[in-house]
Design a protein around this ligand. Structure first.
Ligand SMILES: [Zn+2]
Length: 418
């Protein structure tokens, strides 16, 4: 009873705007050298709650992998001692996560008079107002439709960007994982760049004349709102479909592609919980339905995540190469070359399972198996220095270079795909 009361209090305090703090939490980086070190990190995660930033769960760790995780303030000393006793080298990426959270903002964080800005992180209220404004400002190029509602009944707005009626289309989504803030920032940047340079930049003009871009600025809206109001480190959506104490399904494990097999969990408390069934989540369902209804026109699917600087393509759920692997690899290479040409940012590319780690129920595999042969997942900047807490001054360079990759893939679709 006491426990229930306590839970009740926590729930009430969360709902009235309690924001979780991360004072003196640390983020550590390790690179397990062999199986025994891998097992040791997995063992640590079984005795202490570690928040894995990269990879997204302990299960995915293999030798020589870059592993970043957040440790609660009260456990940091223990964990560091245990690592040292076991001869494991580690690096401290954040001494104080709370400070990192505050430092990602230029100027004052969270101040309510911050206007929508492409080089800042915008709250959902600002993004939703922006979707209406940009459609109103460029009626010939942008229109807004609703493809569904989220668990918490927020409208899921999709922007259709392009001149005239629907032609060959590219579907772009951002923000499947709530805490990866650079991702929604990119979707907004993309729409702005497209509208602003139409009629001025030759390539963009051609792309918008001959292609349609469907842009979903935030897929996991409830989770994104939660990262602003309650818990900056939230990843999943906010549904309680498991009817347990644990909230949230990992939407990038909820698509109907080898659902809930490899690299995902049926434990509702896990960060990679696959949900009670494939497409059980309203957000997944809305996206999958939209894509199915428009499958004839959608030629490419691009999904944006962070972090680790990778451009990935199917498959995630198997190490087997996709039937069109060679072409995907060529397209990825060209896109990465274009991206790197601006600031020399290094990207890895390749099939997800072997390049990052195997997962199932991911959106890119699902889209590919539905027949969208050009299906890519971006893991944007950085490679761990700031991780999910990429400072606002890096939004611009990150988005600029990513634009080059997206334009490169789009040109390929325009030229070679019928
Ligand atoms: Zn992600």
């Amino acid at each position: 009873m006491k426990r229930m009361l306590l839970w009740g209090l926590v729930a009430v305090s969360l709902s009235v705007g309690f924001t979780r703090r991360f004072d003196r939490d640390k983020v550590l980086h390790v690179k397990p050298q062999d199986e025994s070190q891998v097992n040791f990190v997995k063992y640590l995660s079984s005795i202490v709650q570690l928040d894995f930033w990269r990879p997204d769960s302990a299960h995915a760790i293999v030798p020589q992998m870059d592993v970043d995780f957040r440790v609660g303030a009260y456990q940091t000393e223990n964990i560091q001692t245990l690592l040292e006793q076991n001869g494991m080298q580690y690096e401290i990426l954040f001494q104080n996560v709370q400070e990192g959270i505050e430092k990602q903002f230029d100027g004052k964080p969270n101040s309510s008079n911050r206007r929508h800005s492409y080089s800042k992180y915008n709250k959902w209220e600002k993004i939703v107002a922006w979707t209406a404004n940009i459609a109103a400002k460029y009626p010939d190029l942008v229109s807004r439709t609703q493809i569904g509602t989220t668990t918490e009944e927020r409208p899921m707005y999709l922007l259709k960007v392009g001149k005239g009626s629907v032609k060959k289309a590219i579907f772009i989504d951002c923000g499947i994982h709530a805490r990866e803030w650079i991702s929604p920032a990119f979707c907004q940047w993309f729409v702005n760049e497209a509208t602003k340079t139409y009629g001025k930049n030759k390539l963009m003009t051609k792309l918008l004349n001959r292609l349609t871009f469907y842009v979903l600025p935030v897929l996991n809206i409830d989770g994104y709102v939660w990262t602003w109001t309650a818990d900056r480190m939230w990843r999943k959506n906010r549904s309680n479909s498991s009817n347990t104490n644990c909230i949230g399904t990992d939407l990038n494990r909820n698509f109907d592609s080898a659902w809930c097999t490899i690299g995902s969990s049926d434990d509702s408390c896990s960060e990679i919980y696959c949900g009670p069934a494939a497409e059980s989540e309203k957000e997944t369902k809305a996206v999958a339905n939209f894509i199915r209804h428009n499958i004839q026109s959608i030629k490419a699917y691009l999904s944006f995540h962070s972090y680790s600087q990778m451009l990935l393509y199917p498959y995630s759920y198997t190490y087997e190469l996709a039937p069109t692997h060679d072409e995907l690899n060529n397209v990825a290479k060209a896109a990465v070359d274009a991206l790197s040409s601006l600031y020399s940012t290094k990207y890895k590319y390749g099939p997800s399972a072997s390049t990052i780690y195997p997962t199932s129920g991911s959106s890119d595999d699902w889209a590919y198996d539905e027949g969208i042969k050009y299906s890519f997942t971006f893991e944007l900047r950085d490679r761990g220095k700031y991780g999910f807490l990429l400072p606002e001054n890096l939004i611009k360079p990150t988005c600029e270079e990513t634009m080059l990759a997206v334009k490169n893939i789009s040109s390929y679709i325009l030229r070679y795909v019928s």
